[in-house]
Design a protein. Structure first.
Lengths: 661, 254, 325
């Protein structure tokens, strides 16, 4: 009768010792967890207890389902096998404990017997094998392939931590199999076939003979036990803690729209000055980082050769908070200003992080401090001064904002004076920049052609404040919102449309809801899509271009609008070829986060040039279509400086649509 | 010690400058004012001196559009006291008038050092600094790019053309016309200015004798004629480049 | 009685500054129409030789050890008592680090009207009119200079230095220096400008950059253009203040006055402090995205495109033209 003989060959003292050690392990483990929880509670408050149902579902999808992780297939298989392998073995151990110490002791029966036991053995053997496969894949990637994103260049202690985790798991798995193999070699049960791996190992041990095998069994069983206990006890002290912290981090993730930045956690929008200013959630973020490096791999700032690596920032912050070394300054020693300023706020890091870390929230909070201390470079200072004085970053008078309308006939309605159906908030770049004015005029033409009842705010419009906020100037952002909201609320309109995704993002997600009073805020790609679908906008020609489309960060990743612009492109007759990094993984042009207002230093290859190269590499592609004025400016410039003028043309969506009309 | 900074609001040149109907002054309706750029340097220099332990900074300005913003910004940057001079009927007056109005108020503040910008672009009757110094009966040095306080003296660096400079020492009290502060005017976060608006008391002082003296009468104020302007080359950058190459060739440069 | 026009001659490091000659030319323009004398005022110590090429009817030379270097106190004392005694029709000063510190205080002390930023003087119907350039060059103001005595500070632009130079020196009178008391302002020493760099005042082709350059990295393309054209890169104040170019390349009121054949002004708005130093250029070509920039008042040719777009195209075009030639 197959039954689990849990402590076969184990002397009584060892059995007792195991329980004592087990208890000790739990104490050490609990203390470690307590230490961490205490640290979280030292953080500033942040509300994350809404919508518990959605939160639980996230944990299911992302902590158990590990959907994000699996987007990299190799990593997906690797981690899921390790994860399910360990889960299975853990369940196995729990079942064995219950079987031996509960049901057997209290009620005199064992359920791990007969067929149940046979399937139990088989499942565990298979999962153990999967675990080893996963561990092998992990070791191969880390030590043979050696991808850039896993390298710990600044801190070798981290590499030891990585090796420890892999090493311990491997040792546990291997010693576990060895123990099984040795037991089977001695006992030679009939049902050995149900433990295939164990049976193979047993045949290798068969030649050693009985006393040797029994002694070996005890020795390796002891080793396995000790290693397992050390492993468990060490969880809260090593990267293994991600087993707990990542699901927690996923549970407590922000459920607000991606485009809504958290307000400053410190009174007066001061931002984070020292480690004491981080919120508990931010601390949890740092602890959840398992240094996978996906953020770094997709970061445009890092790719361009700047000093910023989101991964390094998370690692440094975690280390800093543990050290609590008073002689080290958070700003300056741990994190340098140029690292913070290099971020374009493209959100690739946040979007792709399997641990759901919000790097951007931390960067913005740190930037808020820099702004508060006046540590901004001259160009940025000039831009902010200009925004405060003139409502635009070009140091142009407010009066000139609507200069581009002078050639439009009939005159565009003044939404401040007349009621309109669509309130068109044009945006700074589209209004003032010499290269963009023709595009804005084309958009106006399209609207007029479609018979749209639209108007603009003329001089009443100011910079929407999206990038001002991302730069960390909360105070100025609030002022701009006040002015714009006041101007908007005096108008009579049914919907808002804007040509700039940055403007779109903040209007939709960050302006007080009273401003628009539930009226829809649209990006013009969405509006064009609607007009085309409803038949209000018809095309007279079919364009035959082979084009690719660059998803603007603030339209795509931030607001999930991927399909509408593509439908518009398709309806003009153009054939769309996607770039390798498209949709959610689109590679930022480098202008966001206020970077277009900053000096460009320490950059080897601009993100816009990298992107243009990517587009030009697509066979047969003639043009890259953009839906953001800053993208247009950045890529046009990049095409020139990278020398692709004969190869690639940059076209705005409006140009395409107008051509097809 | 009291470091007094006198700041002046001047026409904002970013905006279009409109002439009034008589053709002899700016159209006051469309006029927008901003702080004189050199006065911002004067304020920055004063704050730097304060940070090095020189004393208190008091900022004073004549009432006009945006004067409160300017004074609260100065307070946010570190000014200890901000004063608005009220009672004027015009936003722009001659520097002789302004100096005469400022002098008694500044005198009452017991200045050790008075700082103001070396010039402003609308100084038709000479810059404010030398006039103010004279009405205060104090010495004046202008084009100052560096200032160090010593016992009862200030040591300054005065700029001359061509990169030449002179080191001079001046007995206090004195008036300095600042050409450039030792570092560019600092950035001050908007929230700090808002904070200052809530917490800082803005003092008001009446001009004792608001008589406006205009020693120079402008007969005509006008924008330079279009005819005098450059021949603008049009087209895209390649066309412009080609035309420029022609010009260079004509000038025997190529 | 002949009306006198005083001109305060400025000199630094043993050389009379250009503005002094310009003022002499301006004064001459007045005295030719009205019955007057141009009186040059030269203050110094053992520097009588500086009077040798001044185009004036009379040169008053004041010699005193305390006048060896400019100090406001001594200059004000000398000029002030001279004006009080002689009551000239006009006293001209440079709108400079020297002139303003004499004219300004004296205007208040002696209660005499003062006109600044004066570009030119004209005689109309027996009255002397001034034309001043204010508001960064965006506005011109005209008016009459009040009688009996008016002080004027002048900026370059309307006269050529040659007009103020003379081969036949005027009459030099050694004048007596009034009592010079100890003054609160004392000269200590000069700080010499850096040397070792190219002297932009001697260059025939200057490519000058201003705020429009936006970042230090963009200087690369400017240097390429300069190399292609065989010219030298210089700059206006904002660029030098940032440290992107050394002070030896500064063109402006506090920098150098230049007289190139061609001055290519890229991203420079044309503020007075800069523009007054380039008025001796033969041809000025300006590139600025603002069509209303004052630089276009002075330039012969202009373009309203972004210099960052134009410069690479121009460098290319120049290189090709050089190859062809």
């Amino acid at each position: 009768m197959p039954v689990r003989e849990t402590f076969w060959n184990i002397p009584h003292w060892a059995e007792i010792a195991q329980y004592i050690l087990g208890f000790l392990t739990l104490v050490i483990f609990a203390y470690g967890v307590l230490r961490r929880v205490r640290r979280w509670r030292q953080g500033r408050p942040e509300k994350r207890n809404d919508r518990l149902g959605t939160r639980l579902l996230s944990v299911f999808t992302h902590a158990i389902g590990q959907v994000r992780l699996a987007q990299d297939p190799y990593a997906g298989i690797m981690h899921l096998t390790i994860f399910w392998g360990m889960v299975a073995l853990l369940m196995g151990t729990i079942l064995a404990t219950v079987d031996w110490d509960v049901t057997r002791l209290l009620w005199g029966f064992q359920f791990l017997q007969g067929e149940v036991y046979l399937y139990y053995e088989l499942v565990l053997d298979i999962f153990g094998l999967l675990l080893l496969v996963g561990l092998g894949m992990a070791a191969y990637r880390r030590y043979v392939l050696r991808p850039q994103r896993l390298k710990n260049l600044t801190n070798s202690a981290l590499s030891r931590d990585d090796a420890y985790a892999l090493g311990m798991l491997t040792l546990i798995a291997i010693t576990g199999y060895l123990v099984e193999g040795l037991r089977i070699a001695v006992l030679q049960p009939e049902w050995a076939a149900w433990s295939p791996v164990g049976r193979v190992l047993a045949s290798m041990f068969a030649s050693l003979g009985d006393p040797t095998n029994r002694n070996l069994h005890l020795t390796i069983w002891t080793a396995h036990t000790l290693i397992a206990f050390v492993f468990i006890a060490s969880i809260p002290y090593t990267k293994l803690f991600h087993i707990a912290s990542v699901p927690l981090n996923i549970f407590f993730r922000s459920l607000k729209p991606a485009g809504a930045l958290a307000p400053a956690s410190v009174e007066g929008s001061l931002g984070v000055r020292t480690g004491d200013d981080f919120t508990w959630k931010q601390i949890l973020d740092f602890e959840s980082c398992i240094r996978c490096g996906r953020c770094q791999e997709n970061c445009p700032a890092f790719a361009s050769g700047s000093v910023l690596s989101p991964r390094e920032v998370m690692i440094k912050l975690e280390a800093y908070l543990w050290e609590r070394n008073d002689s080290k300054m958070l700003h300056g020693d741990v994190i340098r200003a140029d690292e913070l300023w290099a971020c374009t706020t493209c959100r690739a890091c946040v979007q792709l992080c399997p641990a759901f870390i919000d790097h951007l929230a931390v960067f913005t909070d740190l930037r808020r401090h820099l702004v508060n201390e006046g540590q901004v470079d001259r160009m940025l200072q000039d831009a902010l001064d200009s925004l405060a004085r003139y409502g635009n970053s070009f140091c142009q008078p407010e009066r000139q904002r609507a200069r581009w309308t002078q050639t439009i006939q009939p005159k565009i309605k003044d939404a401040r004076k007349e009621a309109v159906e669509y309130l068109w908030i044009v945006g700074d770049y589209a209004s003032y920049h010499a290269n963009l004015i023709p595009l804005t005029q084309k958009t106006a033409e399209i609207f007029q052609y479609a018979g749209l009842d639209f108007g603009i705010l003329y001089e009443g419009e100011r910079n929407s404040g999206n990038d001002v906020r991302r730069v960390g100037e909360e105070g100025l952002f609030e002022m701009l919102v006040e002015k714009n909201a006041a101007a908007i609320s005096r108008c009579s309109y049914s919907a808002v449309v804007t040509t700039d995704p940055h403007t779109f993002n903040t209007l939709k997600n960050e302006y007080p809801s009273e401003t628009f009073d539930h009226r829809p805020v649209l990006h013009y790609a969405q509006l064009l899509d609607q007009l085309i679908l409803s038949g209000r906008l018809r095309f007279s020609r079919k364009l035959d271009y082979y084009v690719t489309y660059h998803d603007p960060c603030y339209l795509g990743r931030y607001n999930g609008i991927y399909a509408a612009p593509r439908r518009v492109i398709a309806s003009t007759g153009c054939k769309l070829i996607e770039m390798p990094r498209c949709g959610e993984r689109a590679f930022c042009c480098g202008a966001g986060g206020g970077r277009i207002w900053m000096e460009e230093t320490g950059v080897q290859e601009r993100p816009s040039e990298i992107r243009v190269r990517e587009a030009a590499a697509l066979p047969g592609v003639q043009a890259m279509v953009v839906a953001c004025p800053k993208d247009f400016v950045m890529f046009k410039d990049a095409v020139k400086t990278a020398g692709y003028e004969d190869r690639l043309v940059i076209k705005d969506l409006s140009e395409l649509v107008l051509e097809a009309i | 010690m009291n470091l007094i900074v006198a700041i002046k609001l001047v026409p904002d040149l970013v905006e279009e400058l409109k002439i009034n109907e008589e053709g002899n002054f700016l159209d006051l309706e469309s006029l927008r004012l901003r702080v004189n750029e050199f006065d911002e340097h004067a304020l920055e220099q004063a704050i730097l001196l304060k940070e090095r332990g020189a004393g208190r900074v008091i900022v004073i300005a004549l009432d006009g559009e945006g004067v409160e913003d300017a004074l609260f910004t100065a307070a946010a940057k570190g000014a200890d006291q901000v004063i608005k001079l009220t009672g004027n009927t015009m936003p722009l007056v001659s520097n002789h008038t302004l100096a005469r109005w400022l002098a008694p108020v500044i005198k009452s503040l017991q200045p050790s050092l008075v700082l103001t910008g070396v010039q402003a672009h609308n100084d038709l009757d000479g810059p404010l600094g030398p006039l103010l110094a004279e009405y205060l009966d104090l010495p004046y040095v202008g084009y100052v790019a560096k200032a160090t306080m010593k016992d009862g003296e200030v040591e300054i660096r005065k700029e001359y053309p061509g990169g030449l400079a002179a080191e001079m020492e001046i007995d206090l009290p004195a008036v300095l016309g600042i050409q450039a502060a030792e570092q560019p005017p600092r950035y001050i976060a908007f929230s700090r200015i808002r904070q200052a608006m809530k917490t800082v008391q803005l003092e008001e002082r009446q001009i004792p004798d608001p008589f406006i003296e205009e020693p120079i009468a402008i007969a005509r104020l006008f924008q330079p004629e279009i005819g005098e302007r450059a021949e603008i080359i049009s087209g895209d950058v390649d066309e412009i480049a080609a035309r420029l190459v022609d010009i260079f060739t004509d000038l025997d440069l190529l | 009685m002949k009306q006198e026009i005083f001109v305060l001659i400025e000199h630094l490091q043993g050389r009379v500054t250009d503005i002094s000659y310009l003022m002499l030319a301006a004064a001459r323009g007045i005295t030719e129409k009205l019955d007057g004398n141009v009186v040059a005022l030269l203050l110094g110590h053992n520097q009588r030789a500086l009077a040798n090429d001044l185009a004036a009817d009379r040169i008053l030379y004041f010699d005193h050890p305390d006048l060896a270097h400019f100090t406001p106190g001594a200059y004000q004392r000398v000029i002030g008592s001279l004006i009080e005694e002689n009551k000239p029709r006009l006293a001209l000063f440079g709108d400079t680090s020297i002139g303003v510190e004499v004219a300004g205080p004296l205007s208040a002390r002696l209660n005499l009207p003062l006109v600044s930023y004066c570009k030119s003087l004209q005689v109309e119907n027996n009255a002397i009119k001034f034309t001043s350039q204010i508001c960064g060059g965006k506005l011109m103001a005209e008016g009459e200079l009040p009688s009996p005595t008016a002080l004027v500070t002048m900026i370059p632009g309307a006269y050529k230095a040659e007009q103020g130079r003379s081969v036949t020196p005027g009459v030099v009178v050694q004048a007596s220096v009034p009592q010079l008391d100890k003054h609160p302002v004392r000269f200590l020493q000069y700080i010499e400008p850096e040397t070792g760099d190219v002297d932009i005042t001697k260059e025939a082709l200057l490519i000058s950059v201003g705020r429009g350059i936006q970042s230090q990295d963009n200087l690369e393309i400017i240097q390429e253009l300069a190399d292609a054209l065989g010219g030298v890169v210089c700059a206006s104040r904002p660029v030098v203040d940032q440290g992107w170019l050394p002070a030896t390349r500064l063109v402006g009121k506090s920098g150098k006055r230049v007289k190139p054949k061609v001055y290519l002004a890229l991203g420079i708005s044309g503020a007075t402090e800069h523009v007054e130093a380039i008025t001796d250029s033969e041809v000025i070509i300006a590139v600025n995205t603002d069509p209303l920039a004052p630089i276009f008042n002075l330039a012969k040719y202009g373009a309203t495109v972004d210099l960052l777009d134009l410069v690479p195209a121009l460098t290319e075009a120049v290189k090709q033209a050089t190859v062809k030639a």
